[in-house]
Design a protein around this ligand. Structure first.
Ligand SMILES: *Cc1c(COP(=O)(O)O)cnc(C)c1O
Length: 224
């Protein structure tokens, strides 16, 4: 199983490397970075990837990450851990202490909490603003018409906003959503675009993802 994750990671890298030629879209550029999404998987499943040199990982829950990652980070201190899930403001202290990148900033109140904690802990983490790109009521992410305001607010607090993140609707073609995220990032002078998961990372790469977040294509399906 664990060897499989490693060999699958190699295959995904090869596929990503083949993307520009395959899609031949303008704007397809350098290889996106792979955030290995290790949520629900135990440390034993993650270790072989760390031992093989992979260092960028994503978790969606603070509590779960706190149970797994301090020990792993002690062994591999250059690990870069990304928070990719909804963050409650009252968990900002824990999140800032453990994570290295926050990808799910989606509201002013959370920006306030993160800015206060980062100042307190003297850890200015790069942040992505998550955009509700498909305008789905049940999904996280800031509404598109509120993006500019949240960005201004975050920047005024001194937060380091590096890019935008999205999760397109589960059904339908993700490509227009990825294209829209790219347009929004360009419009706001943001260089990084975190988009694409196991089912659509090649499409996302072709549309200009700088980072893809991949879980089940590496580890198999998660238990519900
Ligand atoms: C779980 C998750 C992923 C990974 O999804 P897979 O389809 O398993 O690759 C990516 N991004 C976010 C925000 C997630 O919560």
């Amino acid at each position: 199983m664990t060897d499989t994750a490693l060999s699958r990671l190699r295959i995904i890298k090869e596929r990503l490397a083949a993307v520009p030629a395959q899609y031949a879209l303008p704007g397809a550029g350098a290889l996106p970075e792979i955030v290995v999404v290790s949520k629900t998987h135990p440390a034993e499943a993650i270790l072989p990837l760390l031992e093989a040199g992979h260092r960028t990982f994503g978790e969606n829950r603070v509590q779960e990450a706190e149970a797994k990652w301090p020990a792993l980070k002690a062994r591999f201190p250059d690990t870069e851990l990304h928070l990719i899930g909804h963050l409650q403001s009252n968990k900002a202290a824990e999140a800032v202490a453990l994570f290295d990148v926050i990808e799910s900033l989606d509201r002013p109140k959370l920006a306030d909490a993160l800015a206060a904690e980062m100042a307190k802990q003297n850890r200015l983490l790069p942040c992505y603003i998550q955009v509700n790109i498909g305008e789905e009521p049940q999904k996280g992410g800031v509404a598109m018409e509120e993006l500019a305001g949240l960005l201004d607010h975050s920047r005024s607090l001194g937060l380091n906003i590096v890019g935008l993140m999205c999760i397109p609707p589960a059904e339908g073609n993700p490509a227009p959503h990825f294209a829209l995220l790219r347009t929004l990032a360009d419009r706001h002078g943001l260089a990084l675009r975190s988009m694409g998961m196991s089912g659509d990372y090649e499409v996302a790469a072709a549309m200009g993802a700088t980072q893809v977040r991949i879980g089940s294509a590496l580890f198999g399906n998660r238990d519900p």
